[in-house]
Design a protein around this ligand. Structure first.
Ligand SMILES: [Zn+2]
Length: 665
């Protein structure tokens, strides 16, 4: 890799223009660690990044939106070993689940960097080599503490009660030959940068934490390990693998084309925003900038450490069993409703709280009632009074002037809030316009105008409703992409919403003569009583709160039953005749089975473990006398038996070839 160093003048010029620079926007999420499937907290971070990326594209920026997976390290090696597979096979499987999740949540990333990719290995090794040749990396002996879950080194004095100060778990004593990175060489320069560039670490509270951390003294950082193999080898010494954080942070260079596509790199570097959870801000605001300084590269404009999404005010974690599965949540409530909740409910930068009840309240109040109703009422009146055709507006009254002014102010305000990373405030501003438009209907009383045949006045009011909705569709689409499109479709506008930019939010874009299209309510109200019944019937309330492991433990704790109790269950062998997916529910399969002569339909949550084709012909065991229930609106007349852990699911079957209908006892 003998690529000449990029032209520094070019970078310096770009750094000077850093503030207020327009035209391009490079945003990244952390690359996620495939030690497990992702939860709603990861969806939160990634949805925020997606929303910012979409908004910047909307205002005409050339956007690079990066995400990825951080696949090396001792923890991964251990998990893979415990499952009896190689680390690459293990991460491949988990990373596939990341990509499925991002697709489901409409995450519009431009590149996905896997740290096991060749392009990344080359960049990491070259970065290491350059810093070594500069004399900032040297070989020595490490003796100290290591937290494997956090992949973090600790000196004794920073431990809390002998445990990792970040996660509270036990640390291990490590003694091995290591390469060290002279962080201390750069401490003063870093401190100066942080002090001179208040936007570098946000929010303010994290900035102050980092300043005092640096002032307490930076130890040289151990940047290689020899006791395991699952990592990128040190280029000049392949007994060592490169410390996983050096490897991971460098993904931001790989994704921008460093050493591989100079034109791309010159265009996008330095990054505008690294979005990270507050628990990893230290790595991003100390180690990362020092790597860049050692490489003579400009630093990212902002590292933003956002808060955690708490589960009923408690940190979400697998060991606590309060992890929310984002796919199940999307199946139940819809992707846009979840995106909206995350972006609106959490004051960005602070901890937010997740609860189903709060989500349902947001859906019913903001989405169904405010936005959904505005669309529904407006389109219905345009159809009823004007055969669905958007009329030409006539003379304006104060009401219309007021609405137009608010629409313009809202568009500008949303842009300012996004620039300031005040995402929930941006949505509040949009909802003020929605509220104003609903009030406008009540004030203008189109039904009275119709009855009293005030034709021109009615035309004006209907036009203003349609046009406000058009602007709203443009404003919400970065937050809720599908909803923007649905509003657009109901307005019947032929130009694609994708091709519209911020300029299109100017008043008057809706052409008279456009024919609206009656559609379904975009956010049906959730009936709380019905929901409670359904949850009780399907056991979803409990399932939501516990991990597979806990469920297993809990089963072992169930009270003893008599043989009479067991005999109440009618367990039968059934044969699967047909299987198909359930639209909109990617965990469910609809099965047609025979139990003896009788044919039944069973809906089962196995779609992530079996394809429909795999199911056909299988002999399974079903509870034949279970009270029928509807799952996602589809009737299920029985339940199949399966065993599961967090790592997989297997159907219960009979060992010999018994006919369908045979009793299981
Ligand atoms: Zn830890």
């Amino acid at each position: 890799m003998e690529t000449p160093p990029p032209v520094l003048e070019e970078f310096r010029r770009k750094e000077d223009e850093h503030m207020g620079r327009k035209g391009r926007y490079y945003i990244s999420t952390p690359i996620y660690y495939p030690s497990d499937r992702l939860h709603i907290g990861h969806v939160y971070t990634t949805t925020v990044a997606d929303c910012l990326a979409r908004w910047h594209r909307f205002i005409g920026d050339d956007v690079l939106f990066l995400t990825g997976s951080d696949e090396h390290g001792q923890k991964i090696e251990r998990i893979a070993k415990s499952q009896g597979i190689g680390p690459k096979a293990y991460v491949d499987k988990i990373v596939d689940s990341f990509k499925v999740l991002w697709k489901r949540y409409n995450i519009s990333y431009d590149d996905f960097v896997r740290t096991t990719e060749d392009r990344h290995r080359q960049v990491v090794q070259e970065v290491f080599r350059r810093i070594y040749e500069k004399g900032d990396i040297y070989k020595g002996e490490y003796e100290g503490w290591y937290c494997t879950p956090c992949e973090a080194f600790w000196v004794e004095t920073k431990l809390e009660d002998g445990n990792c100060p970040d996660c509270g778990r036990p640390v291990e004593l490590v003694k091995e030959e290591s390469y060290f990175f002279r962080l201390s060489n750069y401490a003063d320069r870093l401190l100066r940068h942080i002090e001179e560039n208040p936007e570098f670490i946000q929010p303010e509270s994290r900035r102050n934490e980092m300043i005092s951390f640096i002032k307490s003294g930076l130890e040289d950082l151990c940047v290689s390990r020899t006791t395991f193999d699952w990592g990128i080898p040190v280029p000049m010494d392949d007994d060592h693998v490169i410390y996983v954080w050096i490897d991971a942070l460098t993904n931001y260079l790989t994704g921008a084309g460093f050493l591989q596509d100079e034109e791309k790199f010159a265009r996008y570097w330095p990054a505008d925003l690294h979005l990270v959870g507050k628990e990893i801000i230290r790595f991003h605001t100390i180690i990362w900038p020092i790597i860049l300084m050692a490489l003579d590269l400009p630093l990212p404009k902002t590292v933003f450490g956002h808060g955690w999404l708490l589960m009923e005010h408690d940190k979400m974690s697998k060991s606590k069993g309060n992890v929310i599965d984002p796919i199940e949540l999307a199946d139940e409530f819809g992707v846009d409703a979840v995106r909206y909740f995350l972006l609106r409910e959490v004051s960005f930068g602070q901890d937010g709280n997740f609860s189903r009840r709060a989500l349902i309240d947001r859906i019913n109040a903001d989405l169904a009632n405010d936005l959904g109703n505005l669309l529904h009422r407006s389109v219905a009146m345009i159809i009823r009074y004007r055969d669905g055709v958007i009329p030409e507006p006539g003379a304006l009254t104060e009401l219309e002037q007021d609405l137009q002014q608010l629409a313009a102010a809202t568009a500008a305000g949303v842009n300012e809030h996004i620039e300031a990373l005040e995402i929930n405030a941006a949505l509040s501003a949009i909802w003020r316009l929605i509220g104003r438009a609903n009030k406008y209907i009540d004030e203008a009383e189109p039904w009275t105008l119709n009855k009293t045949e005030q034709t021109e006045r009615l035309d004006t009011v209907l036009y203003h409703l349609g046009e406000t909705l058009r602007i709203l569709a443009l404003l919400v689409k970065s937050f809720m992409p599908d909803t923007g499109e649905k509003i657009w479709a109901q307005l019947g506008i032929s130009e694609s919403i994708e091709s519209c930019r911020f300029e299109n939010t100017a008043w008057g874009g809706l052409e008279a003569g456009t024919k609206v299209v009656k559609g379904d309510p975009i956010f049906p109200r959730i009936d709380l009583d019905k929901l409670a019944e359904a949850e009780e019937a399907s056991g979803v309330v409990e399932a939501k709160q516990e991990t597979a492991e806990q469920a297993v433990e809990k089963k072992a704790e169930k009270p003893q039953v008599s043989i009479e109790d067991f005999a109440k269950l009618d367990l039968r062998v059934a044969e699967v005749k047909a299987a198909e997916p359930v639209p909109g529910a990617d965990r469910l399969l609809k099965l047609t089975v025979t139990i003896g002569e009788e044919e039944r339909q069973i809906v089962a949550g196995i779609a992530q473990h079996y394809t429909p084709d795999e199911m056909v012909g299988k002999r399974i065991v079903v509870v034949a006398n279970l009270k029928p229930a509807k799952l996602r609106g589809v009737l299920s007349e029985g339940m199949l038996l399966a065993a599961s852990t967090k790592d997989g699911l297997g159907l219960v079957t009979v060992e010999r070839d018994l006919p369908s209908g045979a009793q299981v006892k």
